[in-house]
Write a protein that binds this ligand. Structure first.
Ligand code: MLT
Length: 243
């Protein structure tokens, strides 16, 4: 079998350089959009609609009053919305069967960039092993897409890229000649044993700590706590289960 390509894109600003119109794109935004998405489906959410702007979210609500709106900007909830972007929301309240319209600073924007020409799935540390197993079964090229922060590199998404690159490399199915994938794997090998400590000076950990949401950081760094794999179908996320 011919080996498949494995690439890592470290910022939305670079996506066009990696876009090949055939890879499965794994969008990752560890703190916190894709972690929140994974745990929301684990807790029974039915659908999640990732939109890029607050106005788009409000438009969905206008025509679907039973939709729940979740919006975050710069780490904080957007005034007037039902929820911000904390994964704890989906643990502490019954959202079974609900449809969530979600907009975040970087994560949902990245999904809407990738969806133009690629199949899109959602990755986080929370579904790491299940996602790696599912990707290997697809026998397709993979592009790990780090949402970063406002087009800048961030540590946490790159650590995830390294973690999933390591798992995919072990399968022997992928030709990993991407320098960003190699660099992310090296970062993962350096930080894997204490992710929270490794992120001590990361920009988004500091941003979230200022907002007193440290607990979200610890939660989003837990590994393989769900087998749900959110996949984008017709602009809406539903969950496959790699159980
Ligand atoms: C993002 O979109 O960058 C994150 O979801 C921001 C956050 O939740 O703090």
């Amino acid at each position: 079998m011919t080996k498949k390509n494995l690439q890592v894109c470290l910022s939305p600003a670079l996506f066009d350089l990696y876009a090949d119109r055939k890879s499965i794109v794994v969008v990752v935004d560890v703190l916190r959009a894709t972690s929140t998405m994974c745990i929301a489906f684990e807790k029974g959410v039915k659908k999640m609609i990732p939109v890029s702007t607050v106005d788009q979210a409000l438009e969905y609500k206008a025509t679907n009053p039973d939709y729940i709106l979740a919006a975050e900007r710069n780490g904080a909830p957007v005034n007037g919305f039902d929820f911000g972007n904390s994964p704890q929301t989906y643990i502490n309240s019954d959202m079974k069967g609900k449809t969530i319209v979600m907009t975040t600073t970087n994560g949902t924007k990245s999904i809407n960039i990738a969806k133009k020409d690629h199949d899109v799935v959602i990755g986080s540390f929370l579904n790491l092993k299940a996602l790696a197993n599912w990707l290997i079964k697809q026998e397709r090229d993979v592009l790990v897409f780090c949402a970063g922060w406002k087009d800048k590199f961030n540590l946490e998404d790159t650590l995830f890229a390294g973690a999933i690159t390591e798992l995919l490399d072990k399968s022997g199915l992928y030709n990993n000649s991407c320098d960003a994938a190699q660099a992310s794997k090296t970062l993962w090998e350096k930080g894997r044993h204490d992710l929270f400590g490794f992120l001590e000076n990361s920009s988004h950990r500091k941003r979230l700590e200022k907002l007193n949401i440290d607990s979200d950081i610890h939660f989003c760094l837990k590994q393989s706590k769900t087998t749900k794999i959110p996949i984008l179908i017709n602009d809406q996320l539903i969950a496959l289960d790699e159980d």
